[in-house]
Design a protein around this ligand. Structure first.
Ligand code: PMP
Length: 389
């Protein structure tokens, strides 16, 4: 029997051989549209810091004030003695922003999804996921013990068939999907999904990780923009993307949040988020709803439009609806890596996204835009893409 490291070495060789090797890169600067890597500055088109809040003075100041008052660590899980004032203030701000009775903050969005699905469903129940649903939903659904069914991406006919079948199983039925998909930037047909889940008596969990802050009045997300928020049982978001901090949250009814506090193992058995991070997130949530948030959204959508127009004129397929995520599908994993390296030479940072994050042979350059990008940044990207093509 080979030794521990020898066995792991073979696993690693397999990963390398498949063109799927991943490694960490140390960024020596704050998160922004300019990042320092290996002593060189790059224009960054890869972060989810869509509104440029990750290093915004209003958020750092809120974090600093919380650090002075509450220190760095929360010291315990929320239910022991770690439920600090900044957590409660953030939850109140989230519930107000989303016009829900209550909200609950988790250490990450991943933990929030896990907490919800495992608290609400179990053996004898059915969870129906979109084919492109985020890994957090797939893992949580498996962990819950419920029967897992997958519907073709954004396909209402296929979803209806599964709902018909699930309605005869005798347990609870929950549909889960994303409002804006993380790797493609396309949108779920929300009105159709809401109509179907109501017709078949199912519940809906909507992951708005890539939509909160960006769409709708006050950046309340896509469901709110479509006037559907009040008909969705569970809406989930992350505080680590447009909000500019870290953590995840669930918003919905008082009963939903009370149940999570009592049952969600990823909430109960985990140290509460750092109070400084929650204070920063609250500042982010407030900023998003004000005049500055509105103006940042305006800048972001202007850049999105410029990039979409430019990409189209280069002959790439562009998404039907605008989003801050623009995938350039390359196909083979090695080709995507080569394209990434070529762009890196010209000072642009756009990582190749490969299996298992996306399906095999759907490797891509995932371009993301931020309100902090300038028109000149977008032109630099289009020039480099034109040359690479
Ligand atoms: N859902 C989606 C769609 C995501 O893209 C992410 C983050 N990549 C998550 C959930 C998890 O959120 P977090 O990063 O806060 O754990």
């Amino acid at each position: 029997m080979a030794g521990f490291n020898e066995q792991l070495g073979r696993d690693l060789d397999e990963i390398r051989g498949a063109g799927l090797w991943r490694e960490l890169r140390e960024i020596a600067s704050a998160q922004s549209t300019r990042i320092k890597l290996g002593g060189r500055e790059f224009i960054n088109f890869s972060s989810n810091d869509y509104l440029g809040l990750a290093a915004h003075p209003a958020l750092t100041q809120a974090a600093q004030e919380a650090l002075d008052r509450f220190g760095t660590g929360s010291g315990a899980s929320r239910l022991i003695c770690g439920s600090l004032q900044p957590h409660h203030e953030l939850e109140a701000a989230l519930a107000k922003w989303q016009s829900t009775e209550a909200a609950l903050v988790f250490s990450t969005g991943f933990a929030a999804v896990q907490g919800v699905l495992t608290s609400l469903l179990g053996q004898g129940d059915v969870i129906i996921l979109d084919k492109k649903a985020h890994a957090s939903m797939i893992d949580a659904a498996k962990l819950s013990g419920a029967t897992l069914r997958i519907f073709h991406h954004n396909n209402l006919g296929n979803l209806e068939k599964l709902l018909q079948w699930a309605a005869g199983q005798g347990g609870r039925v929950l549909v889960a999907t994303e409002s804006v998909f993380s790797m493609d930037g396309d949108r779920a047909p929300l009105a159709g999904i809401v109509e179907l889940k109501e017709r078949y008596g199912a519940w809906l969990m909507l992951d708005e990780a890539h939509a909160f802050g960006l769409y709708g009045p006050l950046g309340q997300g896509l469901a709110a923009a479509d006037g559907l928020a009040g008909r969705i049982e569970i809406r989930m978001g992350t505080l680590g993307k447009a909000v500019g901090a870290a953590g995840g949250f669930i918003c919905g009814s008082r009963q939903l949040v009370d149940l999570l506090v009592n049952r969600a193992r990823s909430f109960i058995f985990s140290t509460a988020p750092s109070p400084a991070v929650s204070a920063a997130a609250r500042a982010g949530v407030e900023l998003i709803q004000g005049a500055e948030g509105e103006s940042l959204r305006g800048q972001l959508w202007q850049r999105v439009e410029e990039l979409m127009r430019g990409i189209e004129s280069l002959g790439w397929k562009t998404p039907v609806e605008p989003s801050a995520i623009l995938p350039l599908i390359i196909g083979a994993e090695e080709k995507a890596l080569a394209a990434m390296e070529q762009l890196r030479e010209t000072g642009l940072f756009i990582p190749a996204i490969r299996h298992p994050t996306v399906s095999r042979n759907e490797a891509r350059l995932r371009v993301t835009l931020s309100s902090s990008h300038t028109g000149a940044d977008v032109r630099a990207l289009l020039d480099a893409l034109g040359q690479a093509r």
